[in-house]
Design a binder for this molecule. Structure first.
Ligand SMILES: [Zn+2]
Length: 406
């Protein structure tokens, strides 16, 4: 973390500009007098700051508000096309890219297959090449690319921009942000865990906008968690908070790719279907299930395959106990369930919620809301873009901070 800047009149002026631009961004459309009321800065100060923001084209006037009487105020709007970012999501076998404006609206999407065993320099060159092509195809000049946000799995050092260890990708100590930035005119590159990127989208324009303490639990190929405490993602000491999938569900249980045994991820993600499926398959000679993917097992359960039905039921139970443990340990207001596994929620969600609802707090009639997210799959990429956008609009309180106004 950089050192804090010394307090000064100039710093206060800069901070005020950030308060104003961020309020305009979040409001959609707002008048100068409402900005003044909300920020408690005088109307003349707001007029001065807004003039400055308009002169660099970050803010523009967009017509007048409807009013019940008196002069109708002119409304201000953030110019989201001031610049662009690219959100990148690295999965096991493919990389997804989204070109977005500064509101994280997706303008263009591409996906590229890749081999995680390739030389890391080649992977970085592929990512840089795709980003350049994405801008070119959308007719946006590279100078308007303001930042890149990467969502990846594993233990990530956000400050240094490195993937410390990702067992899914098999990468260790990869300084991804620096390598990519070097190939793209030193554009700032930010990185975070997949589930934290998604949670940024929840915080910015999802249900998280109105919540202070909540969890996002991702159900799919793995089991991830992001914790929001007082409206901020909690990172822990090494950035690894939320490795909830690797809390132990069963002592001496199924071996996990992390090196432990009996991890929750082995019982409440796609891994479970294979782990348990291969164990009990012989007792179900009539089953047609072969590869134990979410898709195949769900289809089987819908078609009455007894093995598939048993697997989805016990999967729901395991997930329920996992959620219950999260509630008891963290006492969140809401748990939002996200991830590709939620496509099959009709086969396990009721079972899981029934179990999780009978928790430590139930006796005191304190209930945690448990529900699927309302956001769509594109939120992974919007969230990745928000990793960069959030940095651009961060008040410049740190030495050497890079933001949009300095
Ligand atoms: Zn594990």
């Amino acid at each position: 973390m950089n050192g804090l800047r010394k307090g000064s009149k100039d710093l206060i002026k800069e901070m005020n500009r950030f308060i104003v631009i961020n309020l305009i961004r979040k409001s959609g459309r707002i008048s100068r007098s409402d900005v003044s009321k909300i920020t408690k800065m005088s109307l003349s100060t707001i007029t001065y700051i807004v003039d400055g923001l308009m002169s660099v084209d970050l803010v523009r006037e967009v017509g007048v508000a409807t009013s019940t009487g008196g002069r109708r105020p002119v409304l201000l709007e953030f110019n989201a096309d001031y610049g662009y970012t690219v959100g990148v999501k690295i999965e096991e076998k493919r990389v997804l890219f989204a070109l977005t404006n500064l509101n994280a609206d997706i303008l263009n999407l591409v996906e590229k297959k890749f081999n995680r065993f390739d030389n890391i320099q080649d992977v970085v060159a592929m990512i840089a090449g795709e980003i350049k092509e994405l801008l070119q195809n959308a007719d946006k000049p590279m100078e308007q690319l303001m930042g890149i946000g990467i969502a990846a799995s594993g233990l990530i050092n956000r400050q240094e921009g490195t993937i410390v260890r990702s067992s899914m990708l098999g990468w260790e100590n990869v300084p991804l942000c620096q390598l990519l930035s070097e190939q793209l005119n030193n554009i700032p590159v930010f990185i975070d865990k997949n589930v934290n990127a998604y949670t940024m989208a929840e915080l910015w324009y999802g249900e998280g906008k109105d919540l202070s303490n909540f969890l996002c639990i991702s159900v799919g190929a793995g089991l991830g968690m992001s914790l929001v405490v007082n409206k901020k993602i909690y990172y822990g000491e090494s950035g690894g908070a939320g490795e909830f999938g690797h809390t132990v569900m069963k002592i001496g249980g199924y071996p996990c790719h992390c090196g432990q045994k009996g991890c929750l991820e082995m019982y409440a993600s796609e891994f479970y279907l294979l782990n348990r499926g291969s164990e009990i398959k012989e007792s179900y000679p009539e089953t047609i299930i072969e590869d134990f993917s979410f898709e195949e097992v769900s289809k089987g359960a819908e078609n009455g395959d007894a093995l598939a039905i048993e697997l989805m039921k016990s999967f729901g139970e395991n997930l329920g106990y996992g959620i219950l443990n999260a509630i008891n340990a963290l006492n969140p207001h809401t748990i939002l369930l996200i991830g590709e596994g939620m496509k099959y929620k009709h086969l396990f969600l009721d079972t899981a919620v029934d179990i999780a609802r009978k928790n430590f707090f139930s006796a005191a009639k304190i209930q945690t809301e448990i529900r699927p997210t309302e956001l769509g799959d594109d939120s992974w990429l919007k969230g990745a873009a928000l990793l960069a956008i959030t940095h651009l609009f961060q008040a410049p309180i740190y030495e050497e901070s890079k933001s949009i106004l300095n």
